[in-house]
Design a protein around this ligand. Structure first.
Ligand SMILES: Cc1cc2nc3c(=O)[nH]c(=O)nc-3n(C[C@H](O)[C@H](O)[C@H](O)COP(=O)(O)O)c2cc1C
Length: 200
């Protein structure tokens, strides 16, 4: 089985919904399964420590998930045009895997949800790619053969899926955004399948 790690952080649930759609796209490809994982919140004041098991949603990611996956879809809300601190904090803990080359040659894609349509979703997607490039991953975008990229009046970019959640975080995922999440899941799964067994 080719396994894709769908790793996300979400406060209000929009990025989690996108992760679930991407996982559905992954699992629509024969021989592929999705492993949904999240990261805990962080705090500047560590008065309490989060439980190892989240109250709801996907389990917390471990470094074994990076080792065992054949590909990655990484999602975060847009925070000041960049990924959210809990997700960055997780990547800052992966230095041993960087040294070992755990992720070298594996395909990766990125997705985000933002409050406004032009509030930095593309810069978030591009900056999320940087640690993945340092890890030696192969970045996978979405080609314009996905026609929703041309017709969308909400989110959706060639750099990765995006969702325009609105300033009240109450806009549902549009049909174009949904199509692009599913397509991204399918594409990362198909590319991981093709790369498996290839010598890089
Ligand atoms: C600290 C902070 C910074 C944010 N920065 C941006 C931003 O730069 N651009 C934007 O459009 N939305 C911004 N937002 C809004 C979130 O990106 C938006 O609510 C997103 O849909 C949340 O995703 P979630 O439902 O997965 O938590 C910010 C929100 C917070 C809390």
């Amino acid at each position: 089985m080719t396994e894709i790690l769908v790793l996300y952080y979400s406060t209000h649930g929009a990025t989690r919904q996108m992760a679930q759609l991407i996982a559905r796209g992954v699992e629509s490809v024969a021989g592929c399964s999705a492993r949904l994982r999240t990261v805990p919140r962080i705090s500047t004041v560590c008065e309490t420590v989060e439980s190892d098991i989240p109250v709801a949603g996907a389990p917390y990611v471990t470094l074994d998930d990076l080792l065992e996956c054949n590909g990655l879809a990484l999602g975060s809300p847009t925070r000041f045009g960049n990924m959210a601190a809990p997700m960055k904090y997780f990547w800052d803990s992966t230095i041993a895997d960087w040294l070992k080359g755990t992720l070298i040659g594996k395909p990766a894609s990125v997705f985000t949800s933002s409050g406004t349509l032009h509030g930095g979703n593309e810069s978030t997607l591009i900056t999320m790619m940087l640690p993945l490039l340092h890890h030696g991953m192969i970045i996978v975008g979405t080609p314009y053969s996905e026609t929703a990229l041309m017709s969308t009046t909400t989110g959706g970019t060639p750099y990765g899926a995006s969702h325009w959640a609105g300033t009240e975080s109450n806009q549902p995922i549009s049909e174009a955004e949904r199509q692009l999440c599913l397509a991204q899941g399918r594409r990362i799964a198909e590319i991981a399948l093709k790369l498996q067994g290839a010598t890089l």
